[in-house]
Design a protein around this ligand. Structure first.
Ligand SMILES: Cc1cc2nc3c(=O)[nH]c(=O)nc-3n(C[C@H](O)[C@H](O)[C@H](O)COP(=O)(O)O)c2cc1C
Length: 147
């Protein structure tokens, strides 16, 4: 994909690989994409929202409950050319595979009909667990219906 002029959502869940998402956000922005970052609460423990704001030049979203943004989850599901979920924790994969929508990121994923690029990142044993493998294979929900 050429990124110039594209709109991307970068979903960041709370794993140690969050630090790599900073570089990813910067590279996508430098390539000309408008990158809206959504952090889970756990991700915001690893990297503060202001870091992504500085790297992308755009507001960072962390909550379903932000004033004046009542329908943000629906817009962010529908509008972007691509949603990149990186890193995708075992936890967020499980929640998405179950069809849960209890934070902004999972609500966007549940409402998403277009492509989602998903980068699971976790300890080897967590990745090899049958539950995680099953969740990563449930692409219709965990990685988007077209993913
Ligand atoms: C230091 C530390 C590193 C972690 N790294 C990972 C990781 O790489 N992958 C993962 O799936 N979970 C990791 N976890 C566990 C997640 O942070 C935890 O499951 C959290 O609830 C994920 O929330 P989220 O999926 O809503 O972002 C880590 C936890 C800690 C304390």
């Amino acid at each position: 994909m050429r990124f110039a002029g594209r709109h991307l959502v970068l979903g960041v869940s709370g794993g140690i690989a969050c630090y790599k998402s900073c570089t990813l956000a910067r590279r996508l922005t430098e390539a000309g994409a408008a990158v809206d970052v959504i952090l889970t609460a756990a991700a915001a423990e690893f990297v503060r929202p202001v870091t992504f704001e500085a790297l992308t030049g755009r507001p960072v979203l962390t909550s379903l409950w932000e004033r004046d943004r009542a329908l943000a989850h629906l817009g962010l599901a529908k509008q972007p050319d691509l949603i990149v979920l990186a890193p995708a924790t075992a936890n967020v994969l499980a929640r998405a595979a179950m069809g849960m929508a209890d934070d902004l990121l999972t609500a966007v994923l549940l409402a998403r009909a277009g492509p989602v690029l998903c980068a699971p990142a976790m300890n080897d044993a967590m990745y090899a667990h049958p539950a995680t493998l099953a969740n990563t294979r449930r692409k219709d929900r965990a990685s988007g219906r077209a993913g």
